[in-house]
Ligand binder design. Sequence first.
Ligand code: DP6
Length: 345
Amino acid sequence: QIYQASCTAPVNIATLKYWGKRDTKLNLPTNSSISVTLSQDDLRTLTTASCSSSFEQDTLYLNGEPHPIDTPRTLACLADLRSLRAALESKDDKLPKLSTFKLRIVSENNFPTAAGLASSAAGFAALISAIAKLYELPQNSSELSMIARKGSGSACRSLFGGYVAWEMGELEDGSDSKAVEVAPVNHWPEMQALICVVCDVKKDVSSTSGMQLTVATSDLFQERIKNVVPKRFIEMKKSIVDKDFAKFAELTIKDSNSFHSCCLDSYPPIFYMNDTSKKIIKLVNLLNEAAGKIIAAYTFDAGPNAVIYYLKENENQVLGLFNKVFGHLEGWEKAESLKSKFEIL
Ligand code: DP6
């Protein structure tokens, strides 16, 4: 007999960035962060987990390709899930001993993995959700987010849709470092995201190593985690609850700038943005100046790709200018009225 369950998890884009670990094994961050989850129609991972007494080893397929399960992070996630299942089985003799069976995990993205978008976040979140469903675990999303966090920090935020906070926590064992919902997606349905894929090659400095170089060498980073982020975390959550776009956008832009400044302040410096990224920043500034108020926000992760947030009511202005400036480029599909859109510049 084969037992099976499937789950999807969305991609999330941080508007207040996680950058820096205080514990690299448990993936405990040096600051709290906030993200907006993108629409699952556009960007998500679908994972099917199955197990059987007849399977000989744990196997993982990512977009059709077999992958070894040998990274400490993936092994830690599987061990946590199995021990939660074993605890259930020890209380109820009638339950099949799934915790002792080998797993087969099949994971597919509905977007190109090479696009340099945050695929590991959706990947680990879908993996944890699918196995938790297979094992019929009673743990809620916040509790499961702590397992996803061990896979990849940002993955803990993909356990929820909508607006999500990852509370950094203080405890050494990480039991208070988890994701919580700030607001569901239908709280602010006017919010739109435009994704500009500036470059679809893999980044040269991974987030994992980049952030630890910043922690070890940047003075600006110390200022960021002590005096900037704690206040911004509270203000950004409030701007979401109040649906105050201008405030939300200002904080999002400032946090992207602060994060990339800390990268530049690392030694040797790390550059994630390129000339096209800088053009996008200028364009958003122009849009906001011309409108006389903030109608668009940009944010960049550990790569040159941009995510632009705007409200539906300003769609014509925002997409109009982007189409005008980038429309002639090969690969640019006309930005249309979609919750999130995928473009190659
Ligand atoms: C810039 O979650 O990929 O996207 O925990 O080492 O797997 P690991 O790092 P990862 O880092 C994400 C960094 C970021 C900001 C963010 O998503 O908050």
